[in-house]
Design a protein around this ligand. Structure first.
Ligand code: FAD
Length: 360
């Protein structure tokens, strides 16, 4: 009997990674992607954590290295008045623009015989909660459909929700492979990516009563005048075409078991970007999904079993780091704690290692 088709909604990192893993098992796969490649995405483009093992296992690390991925081994932190010297990352990271990475994975997926429908939006089925009392009942999508459609929109009631901005820049001197700058507005990460550009990416929230609200994206990314970030970006030449923005970001951790669909990546939950672990979670969840989905495709297990197995594995793998990341993000965004936190990272190797390891 022919293997059953898996349909993946979303050709971002999780969707393409899953598609590649399934094609390597000979499973027929179609990926629906609303956009086109290559394209810029709001992302710090800093890949850190266990997802790198998934990349190696699926033979993709070399692909990304050939595409220009830059190795990162140090990080430094800055607040308005404190800074740390460059600290060694307890585990190395790689940095690659989403412009290059998503495109390279899309090409690889097609090379392996996957069907990729670009510019095709999978229709959203909206079911009222009361119509779906059993949360695990796979009623929202037909069997064989996996949601890899990224973060879920969180509309803010007072217009002060989280938003993210990203642009590439040249002429930015860095003191470490990753620089993280915190301010009362949010945080901005800087890291060198392929092509010699520096990724400048920030997560922000408008604060009520703040003295000066930036008027455009460059001002948001450059940081408050006089800050170390502002000095670092003094001579920056931004690539206008690389600018992108997202809003409606929710950072409340969610459990895969509470989703009514089979999900991977940000479609399950989003980890605070300060950890630089979101892409890793996309890779890891996709890697975990391959076995169960291939077994479903071969008619060895039911769809409900497939969904529950994957949800269990993802929740077991991610619960601890999500809890730590929530705590860490809260601390880093409290203006009164920012200087203390940076001082702690500067003085305590134990604190730095613990914060790094627990959030990935
Ligand atoms: C400000 C910010 C900074 C970040 N920095 C980092 C970082 O430095 N390191 C890190 O590891 N992570 C970072 N992240 C998180 C990281 O970007 C995400 O975790 C990662 O992109 C998740 O991958 P994904 O495949 O789940 O979703 P996405 O990459 O968002 O892909 C989802 C895809 O689904 C498509 N899609 C959506 N709906 C449909 C539909 N109905 N039909 C068809 N296609 C659809 C979209 O077009 C998109 O291509 C950051 C996030 C933000 C917001």
């Amino acid at each position: 009997m022919a293997a059953k088709l898996i349909t993946i909604v979303g050709g971002g990192l999780a969707g393409l990674m899953l598609g590649i893993g399934l094609r390597r098992r000979g499973v027929p796969v179609t990926v629906w992607e609303a956009g086109h490649y290559p394209r810029h995405r709001v992302c710090g483009e800093f890949i850190s954590g266990r997802g790198q093992e998934t990349l190696s296992r699926l033979g993709l690390r070399e692909l990304l290295e050939c595409a220009g991925a830059v190795n990162a081994g140090t990080a430094a932190f800055f607040s308005a008045t404190q800074s740390t010297p460059p600290r060694s990352l307890p585990a190395r990271a790689i940095c690659l623009s989403r412009f290059t990475m998503d495109h390279a994975l899309a090409v690889e997926f097609r090379r392996l015989g996957g069907e990729l429908l670009e510019g095709q939006r999978w229709p959203t089925v909206r079911v009222h909660a009361s119509a779906c009392p059993d949360r695990l009942k796979p009623e929202l999508q037909p069997e064989g459909v996996v949601r890899a459609s990224g973060r879920r929109l969180q509309p803010s009631e007072d217009g002060r929700g989280w938003f993210g901005l990203k642009a590439h820049a040249h002429n930015v001197p860095l003191t470490a492979d990753l620089e993280m700058h915190v301010s009362p507005r949010g945080y901005v990460g800087l890291c060198r990516v392929d092509g010699g550009a520096v990724n400048v990416c920030g997560l922000f929230r408008r604060r009520p009563g703040a003295d000066h609200t930036p008027r455009n994206w460059r001002e948001w990314l450059r940081g408050p005048s006089g800050s170390p970030l502002h000095q670092r970006l003094a001579g920056a030449e931004f690539d206008e075409n690389s600018f992108c923005a997202v809003a409606g970001i929710s950072l409340q951790p969610q459990r895969a078991a509470d989703r009514a669909e089979c999900c991977v990546g940000d479609a399950i939950t989003m980890i605070p970007p300060v950890t630089g672990n979101g892409m890793s979670m996309a890779f890891e969840s996709a890697g975990m999904a391959v076995e169960a989905l291939a077994a479903w495709s071969r008619r060895e297990i039911s769809w409900t079993e497939t969904q529950q197995t994957l949800a269990r594995q993802c929740d077991a793998a991610f619960a601890r780091r999500l809890a730590w990341a929530k705590w860490f993000q809260r601390m880093i965004l409290a203006p009164s704690l920012q200087n203390v936190l940076v001082r702690f990272v500067a003085r305590s190797e134990w604190f730095w290692r613990t914060a790094f390891e627990r959030t990935r």
